[in-house]
Write a protein that binds this ligand. Sequence first.
Ligand code: CP3
Length: 362
Amino acid sequence: MSRTPSAVNPAPQPAKRMLRALGGESLASPPVWLMRQAGRYLPEYRAIRAEAKGFLDLCFTPDMAVEVTLQPIRRFGFDAAILFSDILVVPHALGQKVWFEEGSGPRLEALERPGDLERLGRDGLHEALAPVYETLRRLKRELPAETTLIGFAGAPWTVASYMLEGGSSRDFAAGKRWAYGAPEALQRLIDLLVEATGDYLIAQIDAGAEAVQIFDSWAGIWPEAQLRRWCLEPAKALVARLRRERPGVPVIVFPRGAGVLYQAYADECGAEALGLDTTVPLGWARAALQPKACLQGNLDPLALVAGGEGLRRGTEDILAQLAGGPFVFNLGHGIVPETPLEHVAMLVEQIRAWPRRAGGAR
Ligand code: CP3
């Protein structure tokens, strides 16, 4: 009997570098991508942005969203592409009015009292977010074979803060008023967001996202008990649901500003990876957190703007402290529009050249 060619199995694909790191492997040279890597520091982004009617229009037009997602990959060859969208598409899909004003950032029709929650609902969620899923399906086809596609959502508290304040905030007074004065109402909003965000991330995975990141950009404003209730518990619930319903897809949780409570995230949240903000001490992170999770971070975005010896040293410190374990190089928060392109290219080159040859030998 002769074997037919169809009986021959294709050679197994080596896993992508980013997925290997998230899976707990220590890579000699760590994978790298940058939060907000598609954005205004790129002239090619500004050109597309000028063509779009508005920012949400850019997020909801797959042709344009695919293009701006790919721009930083073409230019710098990052190991991961993050879906181009925004965390505020979720409140929009729940029925809240969201718009972006030139120069003043996001604006929402604020929820003023608990009764306003009645106006929100999950019924139209997937219909409103369908263009995002289409963007992911197309990206999955167009990305280079070695590039990991990351989906994302805002964490319930961070998204709730924008819904309650009506935009960005310095003191989070509205959110805190709800947390201390009407905690059962804030709990209802957070529970709705846990459900909606879970539905959304699962649909992103089904459309092609190979890993997902949950951005809790404003976790750092709370006392411990409140952080546990409004940030850690919802993160745990989301990770548990994703684990259950889409096993094998790694989750990165970024509780910016959590401080020593990063330890509670490492111990309790169950995510494969933790995103470190710029203030987390590297030696502590290595000893206390890295045994329990892959770490991602945490170069100061302003060091990337400044460049020079400060950038080279800051990058080297992070690599020396964290690249010996499961690690993904990133910034400690999003890249800023003032960032010179040459500094990004130099950063990637320095990471790719790691580990440095010691005395001429590896
Ligand atoms: O990382 C990427 O390249 C993917 C795209 C992405 C955007 N926003 C695009 C964007 C991601 C992952 C986000 C997340 C996001 N959005 C967060 C969490 C991360 C963080 O930075 O803390 C938050 C808090 C938001 C809400 C938001 N969207 C704000 C506060 C602003 C205004 C501030 C600013 O940078 O202009 C936005 C607008 C926004 N989202 C822009 C981009 C590229 C700029 C808008 C423009 O081009 O006109």
